[in-house]
Every structure is written in structure tokens, then in C-alpha cells.
Ligand binder design. Structure first.
Ligand code: IYR
Length: 228
């Protein structure tokens, strides 16, 4: 290895039995996460959002450039503006504007099981929208010039850690991806080298919230893993 500065690394050593029981415990908690589309306006402490973003900000990433930005939207005016722009895109996507849908028949067919449509009231109801941006450039100093690497992979992992932390904090989330999402850059005042990746809607589920039965159909371990 080339010469570089190092610091010690250590982990708490666990017995095999303890490792298995911890892995199963977090598996069981994470398996209860569902994508939620019905939110109340009940407030969420800002401290929870801050901690979840700090957890996300510790994700493995390309060259430690940490190519992400989390724009936390809670003002009613901003949420309304985002809802209006997102619904305008969704009306085109679903063909609810009277024109041919932008989505293919195959895509719309795949979404039938979820029951989604162009109405996105949760963008206004939920207390927080975390708009996640991927920084194509900037490096650790965020200079807007330095090349970043594995940007989508890095920010995708960070989003997973964000959602897992919010779930552990007892909150419901929805990863919302209006298409196209360029309007989010202007709405959040972000620079042109940042690409909006998704909106993570955060809040409490309504008492009568449901999820599509289709969401419970998970591939078994034997299908998603192979052992070589
Ligand atoms: N962005 C649209 C469509 C949509 C697409 C996929 I793939 C989903 O898993 C869910 C929705 C919408 O939010 O309705």
C-alpha cells in the first residue's frame, strides 16, 4: 500500500450466537418497514431527522467525497410548491392531463398492483420531505469542480441508511421519485451539478393507513442469494 496516514480500527467482538441473534433482531425490525402513502400532519422532532441524516452521512462512498446533500423541507409553502410541481409531472406520467401517458403500458401495468396515481397529498401533509441530491462534482470541500465517483451507488446506500434509521425511530417513510425531478433543484436552491435523486417523505402513518398486499410478496432467501 502507498504511504498514508492511518488511525486504529476496532469493533466490539461478539460470539457467534450473539452475532446471529443481533442480525436476526435487526432483520425482524427492518422487515416490518413498509412504504407508506398515508401520513398525518403530526410533528416529528427535528432531532430525529438530524440524527437520521448523520447516520446517512456515514455511508460508504466513493473516495470519501460524500457526494450527497439532504434538503429538509418543512415549510407549508415549500411543501405545497413541491406537491404542485410533482403532481404536474405525475399527471403527464399517468396521462391524467388528457395526453398520452409518458409511462409505457408495461410500466403502468406494473404499477396497477400498487394503486398509485397522480395525487400526492402526502407531499403537503407529512411534516418533513427530505429531498436527496447526488453531487456529481465537488469533492469533500464541495468546490463544485472536483470529480466525484460512484455517486449513485454512494447516495443510494446513504438513502438506505437514512430510511433504516427513520424506521428504527418509529417513523413511516415513502421514497417518492417524480419523473423528471429537475424542478427540485430550483425548489431547494441547489446548484446545477447536483442531481435530485428522490424525496424521502417522513412522518406518522394515519390510523387507517394501508399498504398494497403486493408489497408483502418478498422473494425468499433461496431466490435472492446464491452460495458459491
Ligand atoms: N413516480 C410515480 C410512479 C411510480 C413508479 C414506481 I417504479 C413506483 O414503485 C411507484 C410509483 C408515482 O409516484 O406515482
Amino acid at each position: 500500500m502507498r504511504e498514508h496516514e492511518t488511525v486504529p480500527y476496532s469493533l466490539e467482538a461478539l460470539s457467534d450466537n450473539e452475532a446471529i441473534s443481533r442480525a436476526r433482531a435487526i432483520r425482524d425490525r427492518l422487515k416490518r418497514r413498509r412504504t407508506c402513502r398515508y401520513f398525518t400532519d403530526a410533528p416529528v422532532p427535528r432531532d430525529v431527522i438530524e440524527a437520521a441524516i448523520e447516520a446517512a452521512g456515514s455511508a460508504p462512498n466513493g473516495a470519501n467525497h460524500q457526494p450527497w446533500h439532504f434538503a429538509v423541507v418543512s415549510s407549508p409553502e415549500k411543501k405545497r410548491a413541491i406537491r404542485e410541481a410533482a403532481e404536474a409531472e405525475e399527471r403527464r406520467f399517468y396521462g391524467a392531463d388528457g395526453a398520452d401517458p409518458k409511462a409505457s403500458d408495461e410500466w403502468l401495468g406494473a404499477l396497477k398492483e400498487l394503486g398509485t396515481d397522480e395525487d400526492k397529498p402526502f407531499l403537503e401533509t407529512a411534516p418533513y420531505l427530505i429531498v436527496v441530491f447526488a453531487q456529481r462534482k465537488g469533492g469533500i470541500e464541495e468546490d463544485g469542480k472536483t470529480q466525484n465517483y460512484y455517486v449513485n451507488e454512494s447516495v443510494g446506500i446513504a438513502c438506505g441508511m437514512l430510511i433504516a434509521t427513520l424506521h428504527e425511530a418509529g417513523l413511516a417513510t415513502l421514497t417518492h421519485t417524480p419523473s423528471p425531478m429537475g424542478f427540485l433543484r430550483d425548489a431547494c436552491g441547489r446548484p446545477e451539478w447536483e442531481k435530485p435523486l428522490m424525496i424521502v417523505v417522513v412522518g406518522h402513518p394515519t390510523d387507517d393507513a394501508t399498504v398494497p398486499a403486493h408489497a408483502l410478496r418478498k422473494k425468499p432467501l433461496s431466490q435472492i442469494a446464491s452460495w458459491l
